[in-house]
Design a protein around this ligand. Structure first.
Ligand code: A3P
Length: 294
């Protein structure tokens, strides 16, 4: 959009946090609305710094996800694919470190304290997401402690549908990346958590190809694709001490909270068919004509 043409540099100088629309997430975390999305206020400045200063190299791989959509899994898989010639499976750093320690976040890690860090020092279905996010936030208690927070599930779900939650609205992310992929298929790989769950082997091969490191026939014969998929599986990662203890995201969250159930469709245990219908209708009207199926 025309708004996107502003240079982040100018924005950084001119924008005052206070001038933006303010909100509060259902768990009591301050939000600001920026370019149509509700951001956590605490990552606003790091996010602007990243927009202003981050210069991608041709070899960079950026994983872009909505939180609670399989970020941890994607980090583990891409790390394993890219580093498969450096570490054998039984020496993988994933066995001793949480995936977020190995593959940092731009906002929570790289640009958290410094406006222009030395990058060389750094290695770098909506309903399920809502349910996953709710468990994650209730477990980590990042939000403000007050009588009214956290809000109950009905109110929180209403806010989710209105897009008032961290990084909301969800559907605008999906559509944004879908359109980016249509415009530039060689640079954007559009993946759904559900697709990874259905057939991780073929998705791992697809990711490797996209990253420019396709598996050779010999590697496939050695079973490397299955070994990487196995190492990065929910069962494998969630059973490691590195993921059962310790914290991440600058100490804000427990490593263990990144591994809850890892199942598609868990929302049916928490949300009503009427709630699902509301989201289905929202997405239908949002995605109309885009070719994006959900
Ligand atoms: P649930 O809360 O539904 O179990 P993110 O990594 O973006 O924060 O997403 C977290 C969700 O991905 C959680 O979903 C978590 O259990 C699931 N998850 C984490 N690691 C996984 C893995 N290796 N394989 C499959 N799902 C995984």
């Amino acid at each position: 959009s025309a708004e996107d043409d502003n240079s982040p540099n100018d924005e950084f100088q001119e924008l005052q946090l206070q001038t933006l629309e303010q909100g509060m997430s259902w768990d009591g975390q301050p939000l600001v609305k920026y370019k149509g999305f509700w951001l956590l206020a605490m990552i606003f400045l790091p996010m602007l710094s990243a927009r202003k200063n981050f210069k991608a190299k041709d070899t960079d791989v950026i994983i872009s996800t909505m939180s609670k959509s399989g970020t941890t899994w994607m980090k583990a898989l891409t790390f394993s694919i890219a580093n498969r010639n450096r570490f054998t499976i039984d020496q993988s750093p994933l066995l001793t470190c949480n995936p977020h320690t190995l593959v940092p976040f731009l906002e929570y890690n790289v640009y958290w304290e410094q406006e222009n860090p030395d990058l060389e020092k750094h290695s770098l279905n909506p309903l399920d997401q809502f349910v996953s996010q709710r468990h994650f936030l209730l477990e980590n208690k990042i939000g403000k402690e007050a009588d009214q927070y956290p809000l109950g599930v009905d109110e929180a779900f209403d806010m989710f549908c209105r897009g008032v939650h961290s990084w909301g609205p969800f559907w605008d992310h999906m559509l944004g990346y879908w359109n980016a992929r249509s415009e530039n298929p060689g640079k954007v790989l559009f993946l759904k958590y559900e697709d990874l769950k259905e057939d991780v082997t073929s998705q791992v091969k697809k990711i490797a190809e996209f990253m420019g490191f396709p598996f050779s026939l010999e590697e496939e014969k050695q079973g490397l694709v299955d070994q990487i998929s196995g190492l990065c599986s929910f069962e494998s990662l969630s059973s490691l001490a590195a993921n059962k203890t310790g914290n991440n995201l600058n100490g804000l969250v427990k490593n263990s909270s990144f591994f809850r159930k890892g199942k598609v469709g868990d929302w049916t245990n928490y949300l009503t068919p009427a709630m699902a219908e509301r989201v289905r209708k929202l997405m239908e009207s949002k995605f109309e004509g885009s070719g994006l199926m959900f």
